[in-house]
Each structure stands twice: as structure tokens, then as C-alpha cells.
Design a protein around this ligand. Structure first.
Ligand code: A2H
Length: 256
């Protein structure tokens, strides 16, 4: 981990139906309060892109906790929830014991309803390149503007069986345009992945480069093409959407 602090926006993604494997484990937990909502908490640097969410990723190789956060449950890595417990995000300072620990693979297929997403009936899907020691271990998928997300989603569509998912879960997921730039049109990540001939979500060197370019181009010359701030510069809309989501309780600031 670096020495400079990183500020993330934690996006609260409501679970509408847990995958069967996860539901079974939850059902075996004494005292689990079924009346409370369960949120996957995704860590993002791009709150203005939430209109383009098409699914949400967890790593099949990482363990996640379900944490009692008072009026709802949060799903994150224990490491992240521990950090949150020292940032006044959780009910009790220094309390970060999960009510249960579940492997990411058991969450795959869960149905979710992410804030601001334009597409409905979205799912939790696998991403093998999620880093356990960064953010919450939950990455919301915005294939229009994140090269990593674009390549992972393409691979899931092309090799559904290999990833152990149903093709029906991904085949209709669209890459929705949400930001326009002069250089890369209205799908920055897709354009860059094609121009740079990126072949796989594991093409780490090229993806790191694409990520840098996409981030800069979107931030400095992007203009929103959807939502409340359509027509405004990303540079301006970013802070406004972050503030809106924090105000309506769908997001919070998380530092690490
Ligand atoms: B970003 P940084 Cl549209 N492992 O959110 C791998 N990637 C992770 C992660 C983890 N544990 N936790 C968060 N991330 C992703 C949106 C987005 C993001 C867009 C474009 C670029 C982008 C939608 N996914 O990130 O290493 C999250 O994806 C590229 C800068 O802390 C988060 O923001 O700099 C970003 O990486 C955090 O990366």
C-alpha cells in the first residue's frame, strides 16, 4: 500500500436477491435480521460514472464479511470494514467482527440494484483482477469508462462457461454512453481498448496505460451526456454527483 492517502467514494449497492450459495450460509446465521437491507459497498474514484453501471464485481478468490452496520448490513472485505470502523462510518468504533464470512464465489449471480444505474436486474459477477488489499474488494462495473471493467465484461460474455456463469446474465448488458470526449467519442474505455489492441483483462501493462489515459481524458475534457448534470463538464459534475449521493444516503467517503 502507498504512503499517500486515497479517498474513495463508497457506493451502496442494494442486494435484491442473494445467490443461492450465499443465501444458504446467511440462513444458517443465528439472529440474522432479514428485515434489514444488505448492501455491497463498491469503492470508486469516479462517482460521476454511476449512470453507466452494468453489474458489480467481486473476486471469486477473496473472502468478504457481512457486517451489521446498524440499520443495514454491509458486504466488504474485513480489512476495509476495519478501516471504516475508525472513520465514523460504522456504529461502533473499532468493532469490525463480521456476522459471517462468505467467499466471493458464493455471491456470484446475486441480484442487485445500484444507485443511478440505468439498466435494471443487474448482478454480482466475477473479476479475477480485484486486489484484496485495495478499497472494499467490491468494484462496480462501468464498461464505458473503465478499461478494466470493459475487458472483464467482454471476457465474461465470450467465455461465460469458463467463468462458471450463465451467458444469459451478461449477453444483454450494454456498454452505455455517459460521457463524451473529443478524442475518444462517447465510449472512452471501449475506444481505447480497441485502439490499443488490448486482448484480455489480464493484459496488465496495457490496461494500466489505458486507465491513465481514460482517467485524464474524461476528467479534463469529458462532458456528461446523461443524468442531472448532462451537458456539464466531468470536472464539475463529479463533485456534484458525489455530494448528491452522499446527501441521499447512497454513498459515503472512505479513506485508506
Ligand atoms: B473505479 P486506485 Cl468508470 N481492485 O470506479 C481492483 N480495482 C479496484 C479495486 C480493487 N480492490 N477497488 C476499486 N477498484 C477500481 C469506476 C471507474 C474506476 C471508472 C474508471 C476508472 C476507474 C468504475 N469501476 O478506476 O488503484 C475502481 O474502479 C481507474 C482509476 O485506487 C476504482 O475507481 O487508483 C479504482 O479502481 C481505484 O483505483
Amino acid at each position: 500500500e502507498g504512503i499517500t492517502p486515497q479517498e474513495y467514494v463508497g457506493i451502496k449497492i442494494e442486494t435484491t436477491e442473494l445467490a443461492e450459495a450465499a443465501q444458504k450460509i446467511v440462513d444458517s446465521v443465528q439472529g440474522f435480521d432479514k428485515s434489514k437491507k444488505i448492501f455491497f459497498v463498491a469503492a470508486t474514484l469516479r462517482p460521476e460514472t454511476m449512470y453507466g453501471q452494468t453489474c458489480c464485481f467481486v473476486s471469486p478468490k477473496i473472502d468478504y464479511g457481512i457486517f451489521d452496520n446498524g440499520d443495514s448490513y454491509y458486504i466488504t472485505t474485513e480489512r476495509a470494514y476495519k478501516n471504516m470502523s475508525y472513520q465514523k462510518i460504522t456504529p461502533t468504533r473499532g468493532h469490525y467482527k463480521p456476522v459471517v464470512t462468505i467467499s466471493g464465489k458464493d455471491f456470484i449471480g446475486s441480484m442487485i440494484s445500484p444507485p443511478l444505474a440505468q439498466q435494471k436486474n443487474l448482478r454480482i459477477l466475477p473479476m479475477e483482477t480485484v486486489i484484496a488489499t485495495k478499497g472494499t474488494g467490491v468494484v462496480t462495473c462501468v464498461p464505458s469508462n473503465s478499461p478494466d471493467d470493459y475487458m472483464t465484461l467482454s471476457d465474461l460474455k465470450n467465455k461465460s462457461a469458463y467463468y462458471g456463469i450463465e451467458n444469459d446474465w451478461v449477453k444483454d448488458l450494454e456498454v452505455l454512453p455517459i460521457i463524451n470526449t473529443d478524442k475518444y467519442g462517447n465510449l472512452t474505455a471501449k475506444t481505447l481498448c480497441e485502439e490499443m489492441k488490448i486482448q484480455s483483462p489480464k493484459d496488465a501493462v496495457k490496461l494500466a496505460e489505458a486507465k491513465k489515459i481514460a482517467y485524464k481524458e474524461d476528467y479534463y475534457s469529458g462532458v456528461m451526456s446523461v443524468g442531472k448534470y448532462s451537458g456539464e463538464k466531468v470536472e464539475v459534475a463529479k463533485a456534484k454527483l458525489k455530494a448528491d449521493m452522499i446527501a441521499d444516503g447512497t454513498a459515503f467517503v472512505y479513506n485508506e
